[in-house]
Design a protein around this ligand. Structure first.
Ligand SMILES: *Cc1c(COP(=O)(O)O)cnc(C)c1O
Length: 432
């Protein structure tokens, strides 16, 4: 028997924990970091999600990035329904995937050829195999705090000293699997130069989130990305921009358009699927030509280029291509951030915020972090109290002090004003 005062979320979570490890299908959903019971989502519309108890929340997670046009957008649903009526999967090429690839090439000029896959993890894993195959080298550089999905070689944390090889950050990853992964500090140009000085001839690629969104939001310095581009070119390594989160999110042309840097390969996901499992990797034609069936680098997928997912992605990208879309979103996100910072100041709470396009960071710290160490120095307990105070007031923030937030085009001024009002009350509550 369940407790009579138990809500549906609690009931479902108890049931879920019996049949699914931790009750969730992706760990951060479990609310372990903030404590409490995860909300089981029953439906979503525009800027809102409703939990299993019928409570409505303003959603600032947006499925961790994809929902840039808001939930259940009618044009997107129509496209998905239409595609589904024509069959769910063929395992053969389609006109729609060609049209979609052409659209990606047009929107991201650094991509000369692209291949569709089903998740960001697959995109980064494939891009790295391709970079290794194309260069004939084994080593790769990544940066602590950047997340590139859960492929073995990328589940690495920094070793004991700078420039040591990374240690696996998950059980089940043998150290031999990560022995070629070098983990450096984000925004540290000197370390990067040093690594290339010592090992330049063996480095296949550098993979980076050009604006980090998986250690909260951390902007790369211009110098950091420029240095990286120059070192890769000089040493014959490939530069991979992992824009799974930033692609079509921070700007129409992704982070690479904001920094005016041309990577050799780009990985995409999240927004390009509009909420369906769709991701991609692409870039230089000569490099992409190394992929099977043209070249020796194997890569494949039963559901790659799935017609329903492609229809969803296409409808989403058609909406974001409308004039003024990114300008409106960026201005609204900026005003949200200004409102939050203002409220924090008024309540003398050590919180600050930042945004790039429609991606924002809210930090329980006085300064906007520029490194992984600064992010880690944020006050997790203070964030957690704020998180729950906001949740009680119907605002759903990412359930972790170390995640970025996302605004959709359906979050209009009135909705964002409600978020700021909730923050006003939440800061008051946690100040007491
Ligand atoms: C989300 C994310 C991934 C992994 O994508 P999945 O679809 O979750 O596998 C990879 N890289 C970055 C930058 C991401 O934000």
């Amino acid at each position: 028997m369940t407790h009579p005062r138990m809500g549906r979320n609690e009931e479902l979570f108890a049931r879920a924990q019996r049949c699914i490890p931790g009750g969730v299908n992706s760990p951060v959903r479990a609310f372990r970091s903030v404590g409490g019971t995860p909300r089981f989502i029953a439906r979503a519309q525009g800027p809102y999600i409703w939990d299993a108890d019928g409570r409505r929340y303003i959603d600032l997670v947006g499925s961790w990035g994809p929902m840039i046009v808001g939930h259940a957008h009618p044009a997107v649903l129509e496209a998905v329904n239409r595609a589904a009526r024509d069959g769910l999967s063929f395992g053969a090429p389609t006109e729609a995937e060609v049209e979609f690839a052409e659209r990606l090439l047009r929107m991201l000029p650094s991509i000369e050829q692209v291949r569709l896959v089903s998740s960001g993890t697959e995109a980064t894993m494939s891009a790295i195999r391709l970079a290794r195959g194309a260069t004939g080298r084994a080593k790769l550089i990544k940066f602590e705090g950047c997340y590139h999905g859960h492929a073995d070689a990328l589940l690495v944390k920094a070793g004991s000293g700078a420039l040591t090889f990374g240690n696996p950050s998950s059980a089940g990853v043998p150290p031999e699997t990560t022995q070629h992964t070098i983990v450096l500090d984000y925004n540290d140009c000197e370390q990067l130069k040093d690594a290339f000085d010592r090992m330049g001839a063996h480095i296949a690629c550098v993979i980076v989130e050009p604006i980090a969104g998986n250690m909260n939001l951390v902007r790369a310095s211009e110098e950091f990305l420029q240095t990286m581009r120059q070192l890769c070119s000089r040493h014959g390594a490939l530069l991979i921009f992992d824009e799974v989160m930033t692609g079509f999110r921070v700007a129409r042309g992704g982070a690479q358009s904001l920094y005016a840097i041309v990577p050799d390969l780009t990985t995409l996901g999240k927004v390009i699927g509009g909420g369906m499992p769709l991701a991609a990797f692409g870039g230089r034609r000569d490099v992409m030509a190394q992929l099977a069936p043209l070249g020796p680098v194997y890569q494949a997928g039963t559901l790659s280029g799935n017609p329903v997912a492609v229809a969803c992605g296409r409808a989403t990208l058609e909406l974001v291509e409308q004039p003024g879309f990114y300008e409106t979103l960026a201005a609204r996100t900026q005003s949200l951030v200004n409102g939050l910072v203002q409220e924090a100041k008024e309540h003398r709470q050590a919180f600050t915020a930042d945004s790039v396009g429609s991606m924002f960071g809210l930090y329980s710290s006085l300064q906007v972090p520029r490194s992984f160490a600064q992010v880690m120095a944020c006050d997790k307990e203070r964030f957690n109290r704020f998180f729950h105070a906001m949740l009680e007031r119907g605002v759903y923030l990412a359930p972790s002090a170390f995640e970025a937030g996302f605004v959709s085009i359906q979050h209009d001024e009135a909705v964002l004003a409600q978020v700021v009002q909730a923050a006003h009350e939440a800061f008051s509550e946690i100040s007491r």
